[in-house]
Write a protein of this length. Sequence first.
Length: 295
Amino acid sequence: MDISRLWSIALLAFVLHDLGWILLRPALALPACLCGIVVLAIIFLAQFRSGSRFDKAVVCTALGWLVGNLFWNFAEFVWEEDEPAGFLGKIKFFIELNRNSQDLYGAFMWTATVVMMLSLTVFLIFCLVNYGRLSSSSTDDRRMVCGIMPEEFYLEVTLIPWIIMDSGWTLAVLLQVQIGNDAQDVQSLLLVSSIGGFVAILMEADCARRRCKAGDHSDALLYIGEMLWVLGNMIWMLEDVFTGHGEADYAPAYWTAVGLFVAAALIAIPAILQVSDEHDGSPGRIELCWMSRRS
């Protein structure tokens, strides 16, 4: 299977993971998350010899983000409520873990935050150290974004504001549990996370516009799917943080996020079933989307 389809499968796994998470269905969320991790590992191995250093850095950063999400996801499924969610609530081990090891919730949440932020920090350092090389790799000035970054790399870095949003959200949820819903630190993290999410949505929309203008409608569609997924997460985050820990969900926002995840998943499916001629797997082609990469 070519890398094009692998990235499309990864996107579908990410969306299904969040869909299962928001619906409190670990039977969907946990396998989808593990599938995403396996697919990203396969992509990394496939690019180990022929992929560029930037390609590998993007995959490793996405992998670190998803591993952090697995810790966060597991913590909420086991300790968020009085009983573990879904099928976990029928397994004695997880029931005992929920009752007798509440302190592990904070440990898992801190681990999730550290893993995501460490992945992002390493990626940012990589980009800064290699900025000159990355910028000089494009000889076509028309493909430079704002005159400072080649378009092929600009189309990759939507994961930066996205991880900022996700890691800030993780920490905000943890602080809600530990010090209360109305703490100033929670509100500050919410502001930072919202800015990160808003920037990610704008970048996804711009990436979709650029790929559509270039005649690459397959990638444009996937960027739209990613944009819906990020938007769903942002709405979910705001609803989650504003309603507070232990309080009922605000139904209109909750179901809007669910609907956006479903739409994003449906958009990802055609890309798995179809690989256009313009993505023929020719070596040396740098992909233009951190989740819909072709090479």
